[in-house]
Design a protein around this ligand. Sequence first.
Ligand SMILES: O=C(O)c1cc(=O)[nH]c(=O)n1[C@@H]1O[C@H](COP(=O)(O)O)[C@@H](O)[C@H]1O
Length: 232
Amino acid sequence: MTSAPIAVALDAPDLETAARWAALVTPHVSTVKVGLELYLRYGPDVIASVRGASGVQIFLDLKLHDIPNTVAGAAKAVTRLKPHILTVHAAGGGTMIRAAVDALPNTVIAAVTALTSLSEADLVRLGVRGPASDAVRRLAVEAVGAGAQALVCSPREVAAVRAEVGPGITLITPGVRPAGSDTQDQARVATPEQAIADGADLLVIGRPITGSPDPGAAAAGIAAALRRVLSG
Ligand SMILES: O=C(O)c1cc(=O)[nH]c(=O)n1[C@@H]1O[C@H](COP(=O)(O)O)[C@@H](O)[C@H]1O
């Protein structure tokens, strides 16, 4: 059975917990995501701990956002970790995104458009013109034009982004919540089934899995639901 297109966000306070979660979910999912919490506490060694002996893909979510020269240097600094995916903020602009793409040719550079924790009203207050989906599409066009092979957006915009960028770009959606589960600090959310039906290629899911008493079973349950959508 192939693993489901899910990146489990290992947002853990300690390495032991992250490695335990990774071991429990990797039979069911394609990818595990290491973000700022783990990386800033433990540094690059965290990657080997969560990768373990499995063939799971590593999504390194550092959301780089700086001038092009600094982003290029930061991207080169993680080369030896061989991440499958590395995030940068699309708002850093095309030249910055291109710098990351050129610095890490064997890694998929994923441009984060508008954080899923921001509501439509938040975005307007921050000066974003028009609906979120328009802003996300503008950022997506900029990022793809600069060579980004993947985009991070909310599942609410994924269909509009797909229509804009076509089939060749990997669309990654956080802000995913199984029906009835707490949205917590996420604002622009949808269910896993809806995200996949609307064209997402990889779902980032953290607390609905890692906050469960049995993260392995939670991952297996969502993976089975996705398989039903994908085969239907
Ligand atoms: O780049 C990301 O992965 C990301 C972008 C975004 O817009 N929203 C977002 O939630 N994320 C990440 O996705 C994960 C979502 O976790 P949960 O809200 O626990 O499912 C976290 O690790 C976030 O850092």
